[in-house]
Design a protein around this ligand. Structure first.
Ligand code: ZN
Length: 393
């Protein structure tokens, strides 16, 4: 799986470099390549969906999608999960039904011919999918079913509708429906921090079950609460650790759904990135986030107007993704530490998590306490508004 993914990413990089080299004279275009991968793990099957967005001029990004599915023995495609050809045909009808429902909800028109072609029973049309406890989720990239402006279309077909089409081992007859349980987060008395130097550690791009859990264990040793800016696309699959983070008194903010550069999106897509994330978070912890960290810190007045959330950037960049070494990351944070600082980290890397905990150990000795963004605002007597971008307090 790793080999395949690395190879694919390298091929996209090569392609991008080739195109940008060939068009060196075009200096007005802001070239950009973003490659993102989502992995889903369900019943010992690993699904990796890679999206590459390339901007080399023109009206919008050129997107390509690739999905690899592996069960520890071999790579799989949709037909490995289905009974027979007849099942595939029924899956097509179900997909069309859920696509129509999706279009209705999002208030756009489907073109019958386009829909028929994009849902034909070929392995390519059903390349991007995964199973979860909710059923079969199929992802249709832009242009497969409808126009670019409608974005990626994701439908989930519940087991009660597809069980009959699936081979026995992939069926799920569990009747339980998941309900949002109300979580009451731990509260703490802020009096204890009066007169202390304060730092807000923030962690982007997660949650990630393994590394976020290690961080949460470590925070307890430093009486620390932190802020997580999570990706909407990840929360359903790492929901237990998200619940735990929230329950233990950490703050959950939005880092949007797909980590796109908001400055390059139209209004509809900006709103989708924001709203889908807020909904995904609420589905798990019961409340919508009030904080947003735009990907790459990129925002403007217009985006802030659309989101009506508190925009939180940072004034200490641990450059953890670059350093990839816990001691260097620790040093970076400790060197620039000051009262009221906001530190940027990523809890998807073990080295970052360990670097953050090492920094806390050192800063604790220097009289620092570690608080969430909202705790920091309260302690500093600051009322957050929707028009500012906060870099520190
Ligand atoms: Zn990020």
């Amino acid at each position: 799986m790793n080999n395949k993914v690395e190879k694919y990413i390298q091929s996209k990089k090569d392609e991008f470099i080739q195109i940008t080299n060939d068009s060196k004279d075009v200096i007005t275009a802001k070239y950009n390549l973003i490659i993102e991968a989502q992995t889903y793990n369900y019943q010992s099957i690993l699904y990796t969906h890679i999206v590459s967005n390339m901007y080399t001029g023109g009206a919008h990004y050129i997107r390509s999608d690739k999905t690899y599915i592996h069960n520890n023995k071999s790579f799989l495609d949709i037909t490995n999960f289905l009974n027979d050809e007849k099942s595939f045909n029924e899956l097509k009808l179900l997909a069309q039904h859920y696509l129509a429902k999706y279009a209705e909800e999002k208030e756009f028109e489907l073109n019958d011919e386009w829909l028929a072609k994009g849902t034909e029973t070929t392995i390519e049309n059903y390349e991007h999918f995964y199973f979860s406890e909710n059923g079969l989720t199929i992802i249709f990239p832009p242009y497969q079913i409808s126009a670019w402006s409608n974005g990626e279309i994701k439908i989930t077909i519940p087991y009660e509708k597809i069980n009959d089409l699936l081979k026995k081992e992939y069926q799920n007859n569990n009747e339980e429906t998941s309900e949002v349980v109300k979580i009451t987060p731990e509260k703490r008395d802020l009096e204890q921090f009066k007169g202390k130097k304060l730092i807000a550690f923030t962690f982007d791009d997660g949650p990630n079950t393994k590394t976020t859990s290690i961080l949460l264990d470590g925070l307890k040793e430093h009486n620390a609460k932190v802020t997580f800016f999570v990706l909407g696309s990840r929360v359903a699959y790492h929901q237990d650790v998200l619940k735990r983070a929230y329950q233990e008194g950490n703050q959950i903010g939005s880092h949007t759904y797909n980590h796109r550069n908001l400055l390059l999106l139209d209004d509809d897509n900006i709103i989708t990135e924001i709203n889908d994330t807020n909904k995904a978070i609420k589905d798990i912890i019961g409340v919508e986030p009030i904080l947003i960290r735009p990907p790459y810190g990129n925002t403007n007045k217009h985006i802030k107007n659309l989101s009506l959330m508190h925009t939180i950037n940072w004034n200490i960049d641990s450059i953890d993704w670059q350093l990839k070494d816990r001691n260097l990351i620790k040093n970076e944070i400790v060197t620039y530490a000051h009262d009221g600082a906001i530190v940027l980290l990523h809890d998807i890397y073990l080295e970052s998590v360990e670097g953050a905990l090492l920094a806390m150990e050192e800063l604790e000795k220097q009289g620092y306490a570690f608080v969430t963004i909202s705790e920091m605002a309260e302690l500093k007597g600051k009322e957050l508004d929707y028009t500012s971008t906060y870099f520190g307090f």
